[in-house]
Design a protein around this ligand. Sequence first.
Ligand code: RP5
Length: 172
Amino acid sequence: MSGDISRVAVLMGSKSDWDIIKNTAQTLHDFGVGFDVRVMSAHRTPGVVVEYVSMAEENGIQVIIAAAGMAAHLAGVVAAHTILPVIGIPMKGGEGLDSLLSTVQMPGGIPVATTAMGKAGAVNAALLAVQILSLNDAGLRDALRVFRRKQADAVYAANEAVQHDLDAMFQE
Ligand code: RP5
């Protein structure tokens, strides 16, 4: 739990996913968005998943992020039990491609917005959740614009640094 009210649920299939999913929690925290982190498994604790997700809307959750690896059914099962938007993060628990396909290949009618694997996906899941929440939150829209500007500034600075290195390497 972080922030006053949890607006985002961050679910993961195993504690072994946490090292990557910490990036989701950190990003939500950086935007000041309250979240609730839980370990629960579509296969090992299916009853807990259904119970949690069935109550999520009533509990004030607006977006659910679900991370799982291998035969990664967590995001799909979550999506089947709620009309809240669900973002799936495929974890590289097995080969990687297994969890990517298990998460992304949802049948028509039950969507899961699937991110990349790894840290990029963990961060992007949080950013996508913030973007969804920002539709009704001008403060979050401003924070997203600041984030994008800082991100671009870092790329401009990196380009400058490379140009500087090139000048130093090849000056006659
Ligand atoms: C999935 O299986 C989890 O999300 C994890 O990515 C993977 C392996 O889980 P552990 O065997 O490490 O608990 O359910």
